[in-house]
Write a protein that binds this ligand. Structure first.
Ligand code: NAD
Ligand code: MG
Length: 397
């Protein structure tokens, strides 16, 4: 049944308690809150206090924590609110499968894949922040969204910028996609310096305030590596059409180069709410209270070629794209395990890329996925191998 203009748009927010999730709820508030939208479900993991607060504030029908051990706490925090409560991985998938029009996919890591797929299969529009699920499931994920009948709208700032710079009837004239990268906190560090950095130093992103994993990924440029794969699937371009340029000011969020030599870019202050708002109201533009660029205060915009010796993640992304098949899923899974091992102080900063490469090489014959089960199998095997390598490194240390 088609819904009338006057009906409120129904929204689901997967990963509501995270950096993207809280910004999404802020955008929803800015655009009319309960007057304009009905929040069907909000989900989180360990932070049940914030999840309960969010559910009460937006009047969500259900709040789900992925962490089963926190069920009673969430239930207690939401007693008398009218919001239903559930916990666990299955409950997360069921909440994602509940009818709604638009889903913010903002769970971090491959944990987001199954719930986001459930939402895609039932035909919701998917606002995709959780790049990992596209990196690991690739065209299977794109196909699932297409078969469901919803739209796939990027939220990652680079991909939102490209999406905004791509004119649908000019797609045949796209020559290249230029992803900008801030270069992170170690842009000018030597490899020797990087070898000894702590997780706290790696987390301190110069321009963006983000969740833990993506902050570490920005420092190692694994985030950009994932974004190269993400770009391939979102925009259906060849690997040789994807360029990365370091742009320390993070003002140009990314660009599209056309066959006539034109380059169209999207610019803005580093605030994810612009990309989130665009994904929520697309194809219209919302009116948002975010900081405006003041060009008179932008003294310069710098660009540098990325250094693949210091940031091998970029080379690994190219290897994954060239090898094709499940190699990107393997890279993604190994990187996720290595990232948390680095955060826990078990391995060094440079070990992350080494481990990802070793796992990718070890699974070189892993083939392609013809169904989602293959993705989950390759993901699990890559994690197992990564953990094994980490244990060996620890024993050797
Ligand atoms: P975050 O760590 O701040 O939040 C992650 C969310 O996922 C939280 O709600 C958390 O409760 C939930 N979560 C964590 N583990 C879970 C699990 N096992 N099962 C279910 N839920 C779980 O992360 P973030 O920075 O908001 O990033 C979310 C996603 O968006 C990532 O894929 C990231 O790459 C992408 N992204 C983030 C930004 C940014 O500015 N933060 C920008 C672009 C893309
Ligand atoms: Mg990004």
């Amino acid at each position: 049944m088609a819904r009338g203009e006057s009906e409120r748009r129904r929204l689901t927010i997967l990963g509501a308690t995270g950096s993207i999730g809280t910004s999404t709820l802020d955008v929803i508030d800015q655009l009319g809150g309960r007057e304009s939208f009905e929040v069907v479900a909000v989900t989180g993991n360990g932070n049940v206090e914030l999840l309960a607060e969010q559910a009460r504030a937006c009047g969500a029908r259900i709040a789900v924590t992925a962490d089963e051990s926190r069920y009673a706490e969430l239930k207690q925090a939401l007693s008398g609110s009218g919001t239903a409560v559930a916990a666990g991985r299955e409950a997360l998938i069921e909440a994602a499968a509940m009818e709604s029009d638009w889903v913010m996919a903002a769970i971090v890591g491959t944990a987001g894949l199954a719930p986001t797929l459930a939402a895609a299969e039932r035909g919701a529009d998917i606002a995709l922040a959780n790049k990992e699920c596209l990196v690991s499931a690739g065209s299977l994920f794109v196909d699932a969204v297409a078969q469901g009948g919803g739209r796939l709208i990027p939220v990652d700032s680079e991909h939102s910028a490209i999406f905004q710079s791509l004119e649908d009837d000019q797609r045949h004239a796209v020559e290249r996609i230029v992803l900008t990268a801030s270069g992170g906190p170690f842009r000018t560090s030597t490899r020797e310096q990087m070898a000894g950095v702590t997780a706290a130093a790696a987390r301190a992103h110069p321009n963006w305030s983000m969740g833990l994993k993506i902050s570490i990924g920005s420092a190692s440029m694994f985030n950009k590596a994932l974004e190269m794969v993400e770009a391939k699937h979102l925009f259906d371009v060849r690997p040789d059409q994807i360029e990365v340029v370091v742009h320390p000011q993070s003002v140009i969020h990314s660009m599209v180069g056309y066959t006539d030599g034109s380059v169209i870019a999207q610019l803005g202050c580093p605030d994810m709410r612009t990309a989130i708002g665009y994904a929520l109201t697309y194809p219209k533009r919302p009116s948002l209270n975010v900081e405006r660029l003041d060009f008179t205060r932008l003294s310069r915009l710098d660009f540098e070629a990325p250094d693949e010796d210091r940031f091998p993640a970029l080379r690994l992304a190219r290897v994954a794209l060239e090898r094709g098949g499940l190699q990107a899923a393997v890279m993604n899974a190994a990187e996720e395990v290595a990232c948390y091992a680095f955060v826990d102080g078990r391995i060094g900063f440079l070990d992350m890329a080494e481990i990802a490469e070793e796992v990718m090489d070890g699974m070189i014959g892993c083939g392609s996925a013809t169904k989602m089960a293959h993705v989950f199998e390759a993901d699990a095997e890559a994690r197992r191998m990564a953990r094994e390598i980490i244990s060996k490194k620890e024993m050797a240390a």
